[in-house]
Design a protein around this ligand. Structure first.
Ligand code: ATP
Length: 239
């Protein structure tokens, strides 16, 4: 296996708050990998560092073997990194179709824009909602629309920050199936997730982040059995 993402010695502080404290992390191409950790562990900040929304104080980020540490966000996106953050990123007053078109307009034009929009409507299960305002969709449908907006540009790496937050069990299961479908199409997936049943559904390997550093990494069974992991969730671990 080759690495699609390699992070070495990544550090970032905001004033007195350290969000990345020397993170070393390798993600294999083709993986479905989950990142877990207590609130405030630095998971979203790690995504923002990978995407280039935060500049690191130290460390390197390699994507597909190239050092992208100095690249701007749009350059990283152009190279094949796509992200869906926790905060909703859809335009509620626009139609579902328009949201997809806006997401793809810098990458696709003409027939390929309409073909990809159609394919992504189908992928998200929103063919019948295409002309509705995105704001009237259910919470789950809005999340699927946003995932479709992130994958229509055919990324190599998809970062998902809590994709199932607020979803019903049925919606969560469907989201897992969608992510397996994307992974089968060759997209590497790194997801921040709190729902351990979902982590088990989509992920073979799990990394635990705590106070901006890697606390543990392994299979889901190894992580569940890890003596320190439950303690950090209860806030009693001495690390
Ligand atoms: N731009 C910023 N300026 C100052 N502090 C920040 C900034 N971004 C994040 N933080 C702080 O860094 C810490 C890590 O935040 P982050 O959102 O990365 O954690 P998280 O693991 O994603 O948490 P959650 O599970 O609650 O989403 C928090 O204490 C947060 O308040």
């Amino acid at each position: 296996m080759t690495a699609i993402l390699e992070v070495a010695g990544l550090r970032k502080s905001f004033g007195g708050v350290t969000v990345a404290d020397g993170i070393d992390f390798v993600l294999e191409r083709g993986a479905m990998h989950c990142l877990i950790g207590p609130n405030g562990a630095g998971k979203s900040s790690f995504f923002r560092l990978i995407l280039g929304e935060h500049a690191p104080d130290a460390g390197r980020i390699l994507f597909a073997g190239d050092d992208i540490t100095a690249l701007r966000s749009f350059q990283r996106i152009r190279r094949g990194i796509s992200v869906k953050f926790q905060v909703p990123g859809i335009f509620k007053a626009l139609s579902v179709r328009q949201n997809l078109e806006v997401a793809f307009q810098h990458h696709l034009h003409g027939q390929s824009l309409s073909a990809t929009t159609r394919a992504m409507l189908e992928f998200a299960g929103l063919e019948h909602e295409a002309d509705l305002q995105a704001g009237v969709l259910s919470h789950g449908q809005q999340q699927w629309l946003e995932i479709a907006m992130a994958v229509g540009v055919e990324p190599q790496l998809l970062l998902l920050d809590e994709p199932t937050a607020g979803m019903s069990p049925d919606e969560t299961r469907k989201t897992g199936e969608m992510l397996h479908d994307l992974n089968d199409r060759g997209i590497t997936i790194l997801a921040v997730e709190h729902d351990m049943a979902f982590v088990e559904q989509i992920s073979r390997r799990v990394t635990v982040l705590h106070f901006g550093s890697i606390f543990a990494e392994g299979t889901i069974a190894e992580i569940i059995d890890h003596p320190g992991v439950q303690e950090i969730y209860l806030g009693t671990a001495d690390v």
